[in-house]
Write a new protein. Structure first.
Lengths: 336, 320
């Protein structure tokens, strides 16, 4: 029986970029609304069991509570057994537990930062990342109903094969030779001392960036790569960019509504498995938009690009394939 | 954002001053030496400190019934505060106000306040004055999670947003309105969500990380000074003490207590200062000793000050 996991991060979409840029305050009630539609989508595909990450807001229980009586779900919905910390660790722990339970797919509500935590624990389980964060390159802006339908057909396996699930790239972060963290989209070296409020919004402090993907239509630091030399999600390469005088100045949307000029000194392609040294120490390294790693005087740091990131569902492809296999037909129809 | 060693050490000293003052107040209250109720700020020091480090004496704050931390962070004199707690004539309110009514207009402190949510319209009015007089100053309103349920909160945010007033609303979400767990008194857990209803920015920060609070407040204050209007900053924190001194705190779970004490803002900043080699343990110990001496001196000042006369009850009732 297909089981689907839901990880909805109650803390996404509330950081300082509402003050320094024009990020939306993504209130948790809207996440409740999205999850409600996700559940209805899942139920329509025949999924009978859902497990979810418990959270301090109670997003999934509230989604269930608000369903009208005519939409009573034939779903068994249960929280995974985990102790809440109220921090980003919860998303990681939930992913580990869902992977252990053998779910067929996980639906993630959050931004790049949430998906980074999930990626550490989800193993080979395909993800349907739904954008509710600030800088959203990894997740998609997708209607919750459609996310539920796509996750349902992938988890069931009957209507959708592995072609609709694609691999992604990942950056491994090393400090003094030891792995300390990962990034899914970008690792950004900042001339900073503190993690503080975590977000990145001042382009003047960026010294070096490695991206797994970057398009001009991205929001966030990876858009700088997109405006230099775009890197596609499936291309077997990344791009490293160094900042400073002596190169070109270009503008890029580094946060919502914040299109800043950035001085690029140089950039080059990075191959899969290539290691890139962090050139300027001390520094703070931001991962997928959040300052995470402090590198002190005397430390060394480096990045390694790989193609072993989480597997992600191509929603359009998954639903097309499912339609071709007849998932939406309740009776045979004659094609004219 | 640059934060100098001097600024960080200054914020550390402020946090230690608040904690030391509060623990002394707890001791004095338990000994029966303070005639009124006290609501202590221990555990929440990073919020007042990180916010007020971005303000000048010309900027305003409004405080709450848990106001000692705000007053100290804004530069309030601890000898006058202590004398007020003792009910002495040398206190900020000549001994007639007690803990919940301390004000110092010269420092922009528009008063602690015994009424939950009462500071919000006062801060909004101060913000209006700043804008009307074109002073480029700002008003900061500190309040708790329970106060964000009051009509004054919604009226103030509405008015501040339509007039784009230079007000920073700082929600100190310590998870309890008196003894009532937040989940039982509001249907949202992030007070920052409420900003959306008024079309202003709302952010949530770790209220036990003074650097995170400082950064968020710096941006909100800069925004307000530029004329871009109000902001709501929610600081997630936790009070170490009860709602009031003597509160048995039966509503707090031991595991919650254990988890939050590990996030105590003062040891967190100490660890950072030592890691960055901005201070040695001996330097930090010396700061603590200095502050302890300040607080002891404040107690001596208070204890040696006279009590008001019965006739004083008729003075300072109306403005001249």
């Amino acid at each position: 029986m297909a089981v689907v996991g839901i990880i909805a991060n109650p803390a996404s979409g509330k950081d300082i970029r509402r003050l320094v840029a024009y990020g939306t305050v993504f209130d948790n009630q809207e996440k409740v609304n999205i999850v409600r539609r996700v559940l209805l989508g899942l139920a329509a595909t025949g999924v009978r069991q859902v497990v979810y990450m418990p959270d301090y807001y109670g997003i999934v229980p509230k989604a269930l509570d608000g369903l009208s009586s005519q939409h009573h779900l034939s779903l068994e919905v249960n929280p995974v057994d985990m102790e809440l910390t109220g921090t980003q660790i919860d998303s990681y722990k939930a992913a580990v537990e869902m992977n252990r339970l053998g779910v067929g797919c996980m639906i993630i509500l959050g931004g790049d930062g949430t998906n980074r935590m999930v990626a550490k624990g989800c193993g080979e389980v395909p993800l349907v990342p739904v954008s509710t964060g600030t800088n959203n390159v990894f997740p998609e802006m997708v209607e919750g109903t459609i996310a539920g339908l796509a996750a349902g057909v992938v988890a069931g396996g009957r209507y959708c094969g592995s072609l609709a699930v694609h691999p992604t790239k990942k950056i491994h972060i090393y400090k003094n030779g030891a792995p300390v963290d990962i990034a899914l989209i970008d690792a950004v070296v900042l001339k900073d001392t503190f993690i503080g409020s975590r977000a990145v919004w001042d382009a003047g402090r960026i010294r070096q960036v490695l991206v797994t993907q970057g398009e001009p239509h991205n929001i966030g630091i990876s858009s700088i790569a997109g405006n230099l030399e775009p890197v596609g999600i499936q291309e077997r390469r990344g791009l490293v960019v160094e900042f400073g005088e002596g190169g070109i100045t270009l503008k890029a949307p580094i946060a919502p509504g914040l299109i800043q000029p950035v001085k690029v000194r140089s950039h080059r392609t990075v191959e899969i498995e290539e290691v890139v040294s962090v050139a300027e120490v001390p520094c703070v390294i931001a991962l997928d938009g959040e300052r995470e790693v402090e590198v002190k005087e005397g430390d060394t740091a480096s990045f390694r690009l790989t193609f072993d990131g989480p597997r992600v569902v191509d929603i359009k492809l998954a639903l097309r394939e499912a339609v071709a296999r007849g998932y939406s037909r309740e009776e045979q129809v004659t094609r004219l | 954002m640059e934060l100098t060693k001097e600024k960080l050490l200054d914020m550390y000293k402020t946090m230690v001053r608040i904690r030391t003052f509060e623990m002394k107040a707890a001791e004095l209250f338990a000994a029966g030496k303070l005639p009124g109720f006290v609501h202590l700020y221990a555990g929440e020091e990073a919020v007042a400190t990180g916010v007020c480090a971005n303000l000048t004496d010309k900027d305003y704050i409004t405080s709450t019934h848990r106001g000692h931390g705000h007053l100290i962070a804004k530069g309030g004199k601890i000898d006058l505060m202590m004398a007020e707690l003792f009910g002495r004539t040398t206190g900020y309110c000549k001994g007639k106000g007690g803990s919940m009514h301390i004000a110092d207009v010269d420092l922009g402190i528009l008063g602690a306040n015994g009424i939950v949510g009462a500071g919000q319209p006062i801060a909004t009015g101060a913000g209006f004055a700043c804008k009307y007089k074109k002073t480029n100053n700002v008003a900061v309103c500190f309040f708790g999670d329970g106060a964000s349920n009051r009509g004054t909160f919604h009226e103030s945010l509405n008015m501040a947003s339509i007039w784009k007033l230079p007000v920073i609303f700082v929600a100190e979400n310590n998870m309890y309105g008196i003894s009532n767990y937040q989940k039982n008194h509001m249907n949202v857990t992030d007070i920052a969500d409420r900003a959306a209803a008024y079309g202003i920015p709302g952010v949530t920060v770790d209220g036990n990380d003074v650097i995170a609070v400082y950064e968020a407040a710096a941006e909100a204050v800069a925004r307000a000074r530029k004329g871009d209007g109000p902001s709501l900053i929610e600081c997630k924190t936790w009070r170490h003490r009860g709602h009031f001194e003597g509160d048995p705190q039966v509503y707090k779970k031991p595991e919650e207590q254990e988890a939050w004490l590990k996030k105590d803002p003062i040891p967190r900043l100490e660890a950072k200062l030592i890691e960055l080699k901005y201070a040695s343990q001996a330097d930090l110990d010396a700061i603590k000793a200095d502050v302890q001496a300040e607080v002891e001196a404040a107690v001596r000042f208070a204890e040696s000050s006279p009590l008001p006369n019965p006739d004083d009850v008729f003075t300072d009732v109306y403005a001249d």
